[in-house]
Design a binder for this molecule. Structure first.
Ligand code: ADP
Ligand code: ADP
Ligand code: ZN
Length: 216
């Protein structure tokens, strides 16, 4: 199963992608997590990406496309994958089409998680992320069992630098300007499945399962 999770920052893409990844047994590929790993490990790519990320701007397409291409060629993607936070621009979607075309494979569906702006701001302002595995928590809506500690791996939770109010508002604006046009791109290809992204994490997961191609 080859899926794309689409939606505004904070819509719940990562939270749901992790669940789907376990359910389907295919890797969760988050470009945001990959970029943060590169920053943590002080790679060249991390250095190039950091200033864009801190400001809530998009990292240039060439950097992202190259990073995704290498990842999709790894053997664990053979039976599918869940892309989270990619593609985010029309040129990225076109690059992904070319990559998949060369590999002789196609996407099965794109899920758009729809969440109103006020809820996005509430979700991002309370988000805490695991430094080790990237799992997302929320201080009120989805708290870890022990404050500051990841339920999954025991890693330390932290607040992302781009979850400050100023960067959040900029990311929402960037989403509307550069990413939203992809809705039409994938609707035209018959891949887009719109999902109500409000309600509990379990409820939304149930909606996604109900919309999986082939009812898997
Ligand atoms: P969120 O979970 O809030 O949607 P992500 O973790 O997906 O945020 O991304 C964090 C930041 O990393 C983005 O604001 C952007 O700077 C950069 N980024 C992640 N994915 C992409 C991408 N596909 N294209 C360009 N920049 C990206
Ligand atoms: P994205 O990957 O789209 O940026 P996340 O999965 O990181 O979004 O979720 C953003 C924040 O909202 C996190 O703090 C997460 O715990 C919280 N969250 C996710 N799903 C829900 C939900 N259904 N209701 C309330 N909060 C949620
Ligand atoms: Zn963790």
């Amino acid at each position: 199963m080859r899926l794309v999770m689409f939606g505004a920052p904070g819509a719940g893409k990562g939270t749901q992608a992790k669940r789907l990844s376990e359910h389907l047994g295919v890797p969760h590929i988050s470009t945001g997590d990959m970029l943060r790993e590169n920053i943590e490990q002080r790679t060249e790519l991390g250095r190039a990406a950091r200033s864009y990320m801190d400001r809530g701007e998009l990292v240039p397409d060439d950097i992202i496309n190259g990073m995704v291409r290498v990842r999709l060629e790894e053997s664990d993607c053979e039976h599918g994958f869940i892309l989270d936070g990619y593609p985010r621009t029309i040129p990225q979607a076109e690059a992904l089409d070319r990559m998949l075309g060369e590999m002789g494979i196609e996407l099965d569906a794109v899920f758009d998680l729809e969440v109103p702006d006020e809820e996005i701001v509430r979700r991002l302002s309370g988000r805490r992320v695991c430094r080790q595995c990237g799992a997302s928590y929320h201080v009120v809506f989805n708290p870890p069992k022990q404050p500051g500690v990841c339920d999954v791996c025991g890693g330390q939770l932290y607040q992302r630098e781009d979850d400050t109010e100023e960067a959040v508002l900029n990311r929402i604006a960037v989403y509307k300007r550069k990413t939203k046009p992809l809705l039409e791109y994938y609707t035209r290809r018959g891949l887009m499945r719109t999902v109500d992204g409000t309600g509990s994490i379990d409820e939304i997961f149930g909606r996604l399962l109900g919309l999986l191609p082939g009812g898997k």
